[in-house]
Ligand binder design. Structure first.
Ligand code: XMP
Ligand code: MG
Length: 184
Protein backbone atom coordinates (compact mmCIF):
# COMPACT_ATOMS: atom_id res chain seq x y z
CA UNK A 1 0.00 0.00 0.00
CA UNK A 2 1.32 3.47 -0.92
CA UNK A 3 4.50 1.90 -2.24
CA UNK A 4 7.55 4.10 -1.84
CA UNK A 5 5.74 6.99 -0.13
CA UNK A 6 6.67 5.92 3.38
CA UNK A 7 10.34 6.49 4.21
CA UNK A 8 10.23 4.39 7.38
CA UNK A 9 7.86 2.85 9.90
CA UNK A 10 8.12 4.95 13.03
CA UNK A 11 5.64 3.10 15.24
CA UNK A 12 4.40 -0.37 14.34
CA UNK A 13 0.87 -1.67 14.60
CA UNK A 14 1.84 -3.77 17.64
CA UNK A 15 3.56 -0.85 19.37
CA UNK A 16 0.43 1.26 18.90
CA UNK A 17 -1.73 -1.53 20.28
CA UNK A 18 0.42 -1.97 23.39
CA UNK A 19 0.49 1.77 24.02
CA UNK A 20 -3.27 2.14 23.63
CA UNK A 21 -3.80 -0.62 26.20
CA UNK A 22 -1.32 1.02 28.59
CA UNK A 23 -2.91 4.48 28.26
CA UNK A 24 -6.41 3.07 28.69
CA UNK A 25 -5.37 1.28 31.88
CA UNK A 26 -3.82 4.45 33.26
CA UNK A 27 -6.90 6.52 32.46
CA UNK A 28 -9.13 3.87 33.97
CA UNK A 29 -7.20 4.03 37.25
CA UNK A 30 -7.28 7.83 37.32
CA UNK A 31 -11.02 7.94 36.67
CA UNK A 32 -12.12 5.24 39.13
CA UNK A 33 -13.94 7.82 41.23
CA UNK A 34 -16.08 9.15 38.40
CA UNK A 35 -16.69 5.58 37.16
CA UNK A 36 -18.89 5.64 34.10
CA UNK A 37 -19.17 9.39 33.74
CA UNK A 38 -16.21 9.93 31.44
CA UNK A 39 -16.75 11.82 28.20
CA UNK A 40 -14.18 11.30 25.46
CA UNK A 41 -13.90 14.13 22.96
CA UNK A 42 -12.15 12.94 19.83
CA UNK A 43 -10.72 15.45 17.42
CA UNK A 44 -11.61 14.59 13.83
CA UNK A 45 -10.39 13.32 11.61
CA UNK A 46 -6.89 12.47 12.76
CA UNK A 47 -7.81 10.99 16.13
CA UNK A 48 -10.52 8.68 14.86
CA UNK A 49 -8.46 5.45 14.87
CA UNK A 50 -6.92 6.23 18.24
CA UNK A 51 -10.29 7.23 19.70
CA UNK A 52 -12.07 4.05 18.66
CA UNK A 53 -9.24 1.75 19.75
CA UNK A 54 -8.80 3.65 23.00
CA UNK A 55 -12.52 3.55 23.85
CA UNK A 56 -12.56 -0.21 23.28
CA UNK A 57 -9.44 -0.75 25.37
CA UNK A 58 -10.83 1.35 28.24
CA UNK A 59 -12.10 -0.96 31.00
CA UNK A 60 -14.78 1.51 32.14
CA UNK A 61 -17.71 2.85 30.13
CA UNK A 62 -17.31 6.20 28.42
CA UNK A 63 -19.34 8.33 26.07
CA UNK A 64 -17.93 9.41 22.74
CA UNK A 65 -18.20 12.86 21.22
CA UNK A 66 -16.43 14.28 18.23
CA UNK A 67 -15.32 17.70 17.25
CA UNK A 68 -13.70 18.77 14.02
CA UNK A 69 -11.31 21.68 13.94
CA UNK A 70 -9.00 22.80 11.25
CA UNK A 71 -5.59 24.31 11.74
CA UNK A 72 -3.92 22.99 8.60
CA UNK A 73 -5.06 22.90 5.02
CA UNK A 74 -3.29 20.28 2.99
CA UNK A 75 0.12 21.75 3.77
CA UNK A 76 2.54 20.41 6.37
CA UNK A 77 2.99 23.55 8.43
CA UNK A 78 0.69 25.34 10.84
CA UNK A 79 -1.42 28.26 9.66
CA UNK A 80 -2.13 29.31 13.24
CA UNK A 81 -5.81 29.67 12.42
CA UNK A 82 -8.23 27.34 14.16
CA UNK A 83 -11.77 26.95 12.91
CA UNK A 84 -14.59 24.77 14.24
CA UNK A 85 -15.80 22.59 11.39
CA UNK A 86 -18.04 20.48 13.59
CA UNK A 87 -18.94 21.33 17.16
CA UNK A 88 -19.93 18.94 19.96
CA UNK A 89 -23.51 17.69 19.85
CA UNK A 90 -23.97 17.98 23.59
CA UNK A 91 -23.38 20.22 26.55
CA UNK A 92 -20.26 19.27 28.52
CA UNK A 93 -21.02 21.33 31.64
CA UNK A 94 -20.23 19.32 34.79
CA UNK A 95 -18.89 16.41 32.73
CA UNK A 96 -15.46 14.81 33.10
CA UNK A 97 -13.98 15.48 29.69
CA UNK A 98 -10.92 13.82 28.19
CA UNK A 99 -9.75 15.25 24.88
CA UNK A 100 -8.39 12.50 22.64
CA UNK A 101 -5.88 13.87 20.14
CA UNK A 102 -3.78 12.29 17.44
CA UNK A 103 -0.79 14.61 17.55
CA UNK A 104 0.41 17.81 19.17
CA UNK A 105 2.91 19.76 17.13
CA UNK A 106 3.08 23.51 17.84
CA UNK A 107 0.35 23.10 20.45
CA UNK A 108 -1.70 25.87 18.82
CA UNK A 109 -4.71 23.68 18.12
CA UNK A 110 -4.73 22.21 21.59
CA UNK A 111 -4.32 25.45 23.51
CA UNK A 112 -7.21 26.90 21.53
CA UNK A 113 -9.28 23.78 22.17
CA UNK A 114 -8.54 23.81 25.90
CA UNK A 115 -9.64 27.41 26.17
CA UNK A 116 -12.76 26.76 24.16
CA UNK A 117 -13.84 23.66 26.07
CA UNK A 118 -12.99 24.98 29.53
CA UNK A 119 -15.26 27.97 28.90
CA UNK A 120 -18.11 25.43 28.77
CA UNK A 121 -17.49 24.56 32.44
CA UNK A 122 -16.69 20.85 32.46
CA UNK A 123 -16.16 19.18 35.86
CA UNK A 124 -12.66 18.31 34.69
CA UNK A 125 -10.66 18.60 31.48
CA UNK A 126 -7.61 16.54 30.56
CA UNK A 127 -5.78 15.61 27.37
CA UNK A 128 -4.67 12.28 25.99
CA UNK A 129 -2.57 12.43 22.84
CA UNK A 130 -1.07 9.52 20.97
CA UNK A 131 1.83 11.54 19.57
CA UNK A 132 3.75 14.61 20.59
CA UNK A 133 6.41 16.47 18.64
CA UNK A 134 9.40 18.32 20.22
CA UNK A 135 7.95 21.84 19.81
CA UNK A 136 4.93 20.86 21.90
CA UNK A 137 7.16 19.88 24.79
CA UNK A 138 8.44 23.49 24.91
CA UNK A 139 4.97 24.95 25.20
CA UNK A 140 3.39 24.83 28.63
CA UNK A 141 0.34 22.69 27.98
CA UNK A 142 -1.37 20.46 30.53
CA UNK A 143 -1.14 17.19 28.63
CA UNK A 144 -1.64 14.41 31.15
CA UNK A 145 -1.37 11.41 28.84
CA UNK A 146 1.17 11.07 26.03
CA UNK A 147 1.63 7.94 23.96
CA UNK A 148 4.88 8.64 22.12
CA UNK A 149 7.26 11.56 21.85
CA UNK A 150 8.39 11.55 18.24
CA UNK A 151 11.02 13.41 16.24
CA UNK A 152 10.13 16.51 14.26
CA UNK A 153 9.13 14.72 11.06
CA UNK A 154 5.89 14.76 9.18
CA UNK A 155 4.15 11.49 9.99
CA UNK A 156 1.16 9.74 8.49
CA UNK A 157 -0.98 6.69 9.14
CA UNK A 158 -3.36 5.49 11.87
CA UNK A 159 -5.65 8.44 11.20
CA UNK A 160 -2.99 10.97 10.22
CA UNK A 161 -3.02 12.20 6.67
CA UNK A 162 -1.21 14.12 4.06
CA UNK A 163 -3.79 15.72 1.72
CA UNK A 164 -6.36 13.18 3.01
CA UNK A 165 -4.21 10.20 2.07
CA UNK A 166 -2.58 7.54 4.29
CA UNK A 167 -5.13 7.71 7.13
CA UNK A 168 -5.89 4.05 6.53
CA UNK A 169 -2.37 2.77 7.20
CA UNK A 170 -2.37 0.58 10.35
CA UNK A 171 1.00 1.94 11.51
CA UNK A 172 2.65 5.37 11.80
CA UNK A 173 5.33 6.14 9.29
CA UNK A 174 7.34 9.12 8.23
CA UNK A 175 6.41 10.43 4.86
CA UNK A 176 9.11 10.54 2.23
CA UNK A 177 9.75 14.27 1.64
CA UNK A 178 9.55 13.63 -2.10
CA UNK A 179 5.78 13.26 -1.66
CA UNK A 180 5.31 16.86 -0.54
CA UNK A 181 8.08 18.46 -2.50
CA UNK A 182 7.05 17.05 -5.87
CA UNK A 183 4.33 19.69 -6.16
CA UNK A 184 1.42 17.28 -6.62
P1 XMP B 1 -0.53 21.96 16.21
O1 XMP B 1 0.70 22.52 15.54
O2 XMP B 1 -1.63 22.95 16.26
O3 XMP B 1 -0.96 20.82 15.23
O4 XMP B 1 -0.20 21.33 17.54
C1 XMP B 1 -1.90 19.90 15.55
C2 XMP B 1 -2.56 19.35 14.31
O5 XMP B 1 -1.69 19.44 13.17
C3 XMP B 1 -1.73 18.28 12.41
N1 XMP B 1 -0.36 17.71 12.34
C4 XMP B 1 0.00 16.65 11.62
N2 XMP B 1 -0.72 15.85 10.83
N3 XMP B 1 1.22 14.56 10.39
C5 XMP B 1 -0.11 14.81 10.21
O6 XMP B 1 -0.74 14.06 9.49
C6 XMP B 1 2.01 15.32 11.18
O7 XMP B 1 3.20 15.04 11.30
C7 XMP B 1 1.37 16.43 11.82
N4 XMP B 1 1.81 17.38 12.67
C8 XMP B 1 0.73 18.15 12.96
C9 XMP B 1 -2.73 17.38 13.08
O8 XMP B 1 -3.98 17.50 12.46
C10 XMP B 1 -2.83 17.89 14.49
O9 XMP B 1 -4.08 17.69 15.09
MG1 MG C 1 -5.81 16.59 14.56
Amino acid sequence: MYDGDIASVLISEQQIKDKVTELAKQVDEDYQDVGGDLLLVGVLKGAVMFMTDFARALPQPAQLEFMAVSSYGSSTSSSGVVRILKDLDRDIANRHVLIVEDIIDSGLTLSWLLKNLSSRNPASLEVCTLLRKPDAVQVDLPVKYVGFDIPNEFVVGYGLDYAERYRDLPYIGSLDPKVYTSGV
